[in-house]
Write a protein that binds this ligand. Structure first.
Ligand SMILES: Cc1ncc(COP(=O)(O)O)c(C=O)c1O
Length: 321
């Protein structure tokens, strides 16, 4: 019934303790999470190393998954260890060398009042081969657009939780940016500073300093961003965690989006539509080409994720060991 056209090489998914053929449907239409976004998810990647596939920072992802579940008040019956094992099993079962892994926990079928008193918490995990999220633009340089709508504010919700419903804002603005001809959206926060992309963090490089913002800026502090801040000094870069203003971004030597799905995607041009302008001012970042230090960081990140840098082997969960 369901093809895997846009889920490359996916053969099986895991649902509540067993595997199902990818084409096989399992949920009732009155599942609570379909209606209200009462779900939490993770995006994790496995990469091929000399010791077979390894999942990058699996523990940190599963810790965040359980934190997200607690924010949406889920009483989870699975342990972290069980979810970790299921993530490894799905790679093995599908025979992947590398894959994107998507665990999803949700209020399932029971009642449809907003308070899901009769809805059990269920867990499903899918995996497929997913190329870098921003595709070709991510390699050539992303043309981004600061959208008029401000990011949900951290005074309204714990943004360190990846909650399904919160991503509606990302979807709407991701579509709008593309409808206007841009590759990706950038959200400002309510304070008017750079927050993040719809599913990625934003970093800038200026005078040899890698700068990221923090959760006080209404962002999800991504695991990729945090890993890059740790790797960067090995390349001789200084690091700074501080708010990023629009001017900081426009005047940066280099800028990039980063996240598990997007990996490291250089940003080369930005249109500022924050005031909903018809003809938004356009800014070129640095030389207008993917930045040299950004590409170096991307290369170093690749070495880390594929097990070629022993210093960071601690971040890899080997699937077959
Ligand atoms: C809103 C948002 N910001 C940032 C990120 C980057 O996070 P990570 O590097 O942990 O994938 C993601 C992706 O999960 C995201 O959805």
């Amino acid at each position: 019934m369901f093809s895997n056209t846009h889920f490359s090489k996916a053969k099986k998914y895991w649902y509540m303790g067993r595997f199902y053929d990818w084409s096989e449907p399992t949920f009732h239409p009155m599942t609570h999470a379909f209606h209200y976004g009462t779900s939490t998810f993770e995006g994790i990647r496995a990469y091929l190393t000399d010791r077979g596939p390894a999942i990058f920072r699996l523990k940190e992802h599963i810790d965040r998954f359980f934190h997200s579940a607690s924010v949406v008040k889920m009483k989870v019956s699975f342990t972290k260890e069980e979810v970790i094992q299921a993530c490894k099993d799905i790679i093995k079962e599908n025979g992947f060398d590398q894959a994107y892994i998507r665990p999803l926990m949700f209020y399932s079928y029971g009642n449809l009042g907003l308070v899901p008193v009769h809805c059990p918490i269920e867990l499903v995990i899918g995996a497929w081969e997913w190329a870098a999220y921003l595709g070709e633009a991510g390699e050539k340089g992303v043309y981004a657009c600061i959208v008029p709508k401000r990011r949900i504010h951290n005074s309204q919700l714990d943004l360190s939780a990846k909650l399904g419903g919160v991503y509606v804002q990302s979807t709407i603005n991701g579509i709008e940016a593309r409808e206007r001809g841009y590759d990706e959206a950038i959200f400002l926060n309510l304070e008017g500073r750079i927050a993040e992309g719809p599913g990625e963090n934003i970093c800038i490089i200026k005078d040899g300093v890698l700068q990221a913002n923090s959760k006080s800026e209404s962002i999800l502090e991504g695991i990729t961003r945090t890993s890059l801040l740790e790797i960067a000094p090995d390349l001789g870069l200084k690091t700074l965690v501080a708010p990023i203003t629009k001017e900081d971004l426009f005047n940066a030597d280099e800028a990039f989006f980063c996240g598990t799905a997007a990996e490291i995607s250089p940003m080369t041009k930005v249109a500022d539509m924050s005031e909903n302008q018809e003809n938004p001012p356009l800014y070129t970042i640095g030389t207008g080409k993917p930045g040299i230090l950004t590409l170096k960081l991307a290369e170093a990140y690749k070495e880390v994720t594929t097990g070629k840098n022993p210093k960071y082997e601690k971040w890899l969960a080997f699937v077959n060991e």
